[in-house]
Design a binder for this molecule. Structure first.
Ligand code: GRF
Length: 200
């Protein structure tokens, strides 16, 4: 069976993308990073990907007349690179039907909260404002509902009384870099196990 090909979508810093790329390179994840796609050319992650010799592309929504046309362009790039599994890594856009249908149950995301709590923007601030004593991060399958798909794995992080959004975000991010590669590898392993069972 050929190795899983990952397509990683980013909008910014790309530290989770970097953790995934590294895990593919040292075989912690049994996959190749086929392509990193940013939705804007300023995304800092693009440079990071290049330093690992990963192919990068910028597909910017401003260059397309509609959301569907933009997502079709994304699909075209992902298919050109034979991507089997799409990993959102700080990709700040809602995924629409056309992309979901092109990769059914094959789009993963990481969110910096213990879902289903604190969906959407600034989840670390939401956690602090609410006063929870623990937060964390979740890797889930992407579906139509924002941050709402089936949860694959989570990691818990303590929230301290004198925390700031910055401190909590940093503490969660450290765990994200461990959790996301681990969850991707487990997902790929389960998929290949199912495939083998189907074939036998
Ligand atoms: C991470 O906290 C991720 O969970 C969230 O956006 C942030 C992206 O950070 N979806 P980076 O671009 O991976 O460094």
């Amino acid at each position: 069976m050929s190795k899983t090909q990952l397509g990683i979508l980013i909008s910014g810093r790309g530290s989770n993308m970097q953790a995934i790329v590294k895990a593919c390179l040292d075989s912690t994840i049994n996959a190749d990073t086929a392509v990193v796609i940013a939705d804007n050319k300023q995304a800092k992650g693009l440079e990071k990907a290049t330093t690992y010799n990963i192919h990068t592309e910028v597909v910017s929504p401003s260059e397309y007349s509609s959301k569907d046309a933009y997502e079709q362009a994304l699909i075209d790039v992902l298919k050109q690179h034979h991507v089997d599994l799409v990993c959102l890594a700080g990709y700040m856009r809602v995924i629409h039907d056309i992309l979901l249908e092109a990769f059914p149950n094959r789009i993963l995301n990481i969110h910096p909260s213990l879902l289903p709590s604190f969906k959407g923007l600034q989840p670390q601030k939401q956690a602090l404002d609410y006063g929870v004593k623990f937060s964390g991060c979740s890797v889930h399958i992407v579906n139509k509902e924002i941050d709402g798909g089936p949860i694959l794995q989570q990691e818990v992080v303590p929230v301290y009384p004198d925390d700031t959004e910055e401190l909590l975000s940093k503490r969660i991010l450290e765990q994200e870099h461990i959790l996301y590669p681990k969850a991707i590898q487990k997902f790929i392993y389960e998929l290949s196990k199912h495939k083998k069972e189907e074939m036998s």
